[in-house]
Write a protein that binds this ligand. Structure first.
Ligand code: ZN
Length: 184
């Protein structure tokens, strides 16, 4: 399967609001398969369609809990509760991460690739991943969730990323542990 190039902050596609999926066809299924490969290649926990330049409301994810790759189409958060601080990173903002406060428990609805309705309750890492990926569908990057101090500190690194200077990726066999990586 072809692996897609992951769009990086500064790419206008990441700021657009993705469109509702109206038709689940073979092309969409293939897109999701390619996105899963792209996500694994980048060692991410989730990947939203806009991150590969596709303006559709869907994302793929795999929390590495043994369920394999999952797809959610037209996701919506219908309820959220609590607060949780977690060090969050993003494949589209490579090499950087910040402690970000968001609701902890969420209830997400959507459909899978067979058109079955999904209703998922999640918290902690899973809850965070859903909120992060849904932000992508609304053209929101995690840098918009930073507080003033974090933003000030990150300014230079973000400017470099937006000018196309990518930090070197660690060699494959030296990938950081999942917890600290928090790639989405
Ligand atoms: Zn992301």
């Amino acid at each position: 399967m072809p692996v897609h190039e992951i769009r990086v902050i500064g790419d206008p596609v990441l700021k657009q609001i993705a469109r509702e999926v109206t038709d689940i066809d073979g092309a969409l299924v293939r897109l999701c398969e390619d996105m899963v490969d792209t996500m694994y290649e980048a060692a991410g926990l989730g990947l939203a369609a806009p991150q590969v330049g596709v303006q559709k409301r869907l994302f793929v994810y795999d929390l590495r809990e043994g369920d394999g790759p999952q797809v959610i189409v037209n996701p919506q958060i219908v309820e959220s509760d609590g607060e949780w601080v977690y060090e969050e990173g993003c494949l589209s903002v490579p090499g950087l991460s910040w402690e970000i406060l968001r609701p902890n428990q969420i209830h997400v609805t959507g459909v899978d690739l067979d058109g079955n309705e999904l209703s998922i309750e999640a918290d902690e890492l899973a809850g965070r991943m859903f909120q992060h990926e849904l932000d992508h569908l609304n053209g929101v990057l995690l840098v918009e969730r930073l507080d003033d101090d974090q933003r000030k500190e990150a300014r230079k690194a973000l400017r470099q990323l937006m000018m196309g200077e990518r930090p070197a990726r660690p060699p494959r066999d030296e990938e950081p542990a999942r917890k600290g990586l928090s790639l989405r």
